[in-house]
Design a protein around this ligand. Structure first.
Ligand SMILES: Nc1nc2c(ncn2[C@@H]2O[C@H](COP(=O)(O)OP(=O)(O)OP(=O)(O)O)[C@@H](O)[C@H]2O)c(=O)[nH]1
Length: 430
């Protein structure tokens, strides 16, 4: 640590008085130079405040809210969820917390109705969609021309507390399915919830079984880092404690002369902050004191980076061309624009052809219909003419018969009475 001593040269009393006013006195043991950089960072961070986003995944009533309250030593009000939701949902709430002069904007995202449906196959999907949506929102902000990354409310999830039921048996298929689907998107910290319901010996066996099931299924959980000075001593032993067996409680219980947070049972008191009773303190230390920044960095540099990379590749962006040479953004843009124009032209051509084809088809079908109608008309006309001719013939025959009839009648009558003339006779007379 650099120290600076203030030395002043020998002067006459009058000069001394005149100059004393201009001397800037530095205190001994004060810091100077670039060794002060960390203090600038600390001061600025304290001014800006911190933020942390936690996702709690676990069955309804498994103790998510109680644990978050216990972790942050505050009562984050939340209503109990129903067991009768037809789908899994997510409840997002943000809180402004203060501890001495440190401000923390905490966002807690909790599953609702998780594990309550008969068909649990798609229960993990809302969680996956939520994680992706937060990455997408951040990516959109990053891609903007006028970005405001500093003011932007970063909602990407930094830690997922996965609550495992204290069955003492093994993981459920839903646990494995969900963790498998989110392990590349979020830092998973597995917890055995309500660990006060399992005996000590059962708990160790349960922990071992869970870890071997996770390894066998290829599920990657968050590994507490052990490569820097601060974390080297704490984290390796902590990784061995996973999954943390936790107990949550906001109740204050009297143990001897002390008031502690705990759960009071007929047989005694379980102290939440007693490391012999559960791993709560280890979890709190790991999550909040030692690794919060690492969780955030891992989210940004690993999970978000994978998402961004996948997304840009899907959009056709690439860093190197087919000849393995770096491709400039301008070149890529021009190529993509050309490709897009070609594609548009091709689609336009195809649409035109389709349109012409359809017009032709319609024309042919109209012509066929017209011909059919014409044929029908001709046929009906012919039938009608035949009908008229037939009727004319019938009329002629009828008139002949009437004439013959009157002739016969006249011939058979004795007097000179004249037979009534037929219509033809009358016409002739006229
Ligand atoms: N034995 C035991 N009970 C607990 C523990 N943590 C919470 N509980 C109890 O479990 C019940 C449900 O706790 P919550 O914290 O509301 O559970 P939750 O998962 O947030 O519930 P929902 O938000 O409704 O899904 C409450 O009665 C708690 O007192 C624990 O560690 N051990």
């Amino acid at each position: 640590m650099a120290e600076k001593l203030v030395t002043t040269p020998t002067q006459t009393p009058n000069d001394e008085d005149a100059q004393n006013e201009n001397i800037r006195c530095l205190t001994t043991l004060g810091h100077f130079g670039f060794e002060c950089l960390p203090y600038q960072l600390v001061n600025r961070s304290i001014q800006q405040g911190f933020f942390f986003n936690i996702l709690c995944v676990g069955e309804t009533g498994i103790g998510k809210t109680t644990l978050i309250n216990t972790l942050f030593n505050t009562n984050l009000k939340d209503n109990k969820s129903s067991h009768f939701y037809s789908n899994v949902g997510l409840k997002v709430k943000s809180y402004e917390l203060h501890e001495t002069n440190v401000q923390l904007k905490l966002t807690v995202v909790k599953t609702v109705g998780y594990g309550d449906q008969i068909n649990k196959e798609a229960s993990y999907q809302p969680v996956v969609d939520y994680l992706d949506a937060q990455f997408e929102a951040y990516l959109q902000e990053e891609l903007k021309i006028k970005r405001s990354i500093f003011e932007y409310h970063d909602s990407r999830i930094h830690a997922c507390l996965y609550f495992i039921s204290p069955t003492g048996h093994s993981l459920k298929s839903l646990d494995l399915l969900t963790m498998k689907n989110i392990d590349s998107k979020v830092n998973i910290i597995p917890l055995i919830a309500k660990a006060d319901t399992i005996s000590k010996s059962d708990l160790q066996k349960f922990k071992n079984r869970i870890m071997s099931e996770l390894t066998n299924s290829g599920i990657r959980i968050y590994q507490f880092p052990s490569d820097d000075e601060t974390t080297t001593h704490v984290n390796p032993s902590t990784n061995g404690l996973l999954p943390f067996a936790v107990v949550g409680s906001m109740d204050e219980v009297k143990v001897g002369k002390r008031i502690v947070r705990g759960r009071h049972y007929p047989w005694g008191v379980l102290q939440v902050e007693n490391e012999n009773h559960c791993d709560f303190v280890k979890l709190r230390d790991m999550l909040l004191c030692t690794n919060m920044e690492d969780l955030k960095e891992h989210t940004h540099f690993h999970h978000y980076e994978c998402y961004r990379c996948r997304k840009l590749q899907n959009l056709g962006f690439t860093d190197v061309g087919p000849d393995n040479q770096p491709v400039s953004f301008q070149e890529l843009y021009e190529t993509k624009r050309q490709e897009f124009q070609d594609q548009c032209q091709w689609e336009e051509e195809e649409l035109k052809q389709k349109f012409m084809q359809r017009v032709k088809e319609k024309e042919t079908s109209f012509k066929d219909a017209e011909k059919e109608l014409q044929d029908k008309f001709e046929h009906l006309k012919k039938v009608q003419q035949e009908e008229i001719m037939k009727l004319e013939e019938d009329r002629r025959q009828l008139e002949e018969e009437i004439t013959n009839f009157y002739k016969m009648k006249t011939a058979s009558e004795p007097g000179p009475t004249q037979a009534p003339s037929t219509k033809k006779d009358r016409d002739r007379k006229k």
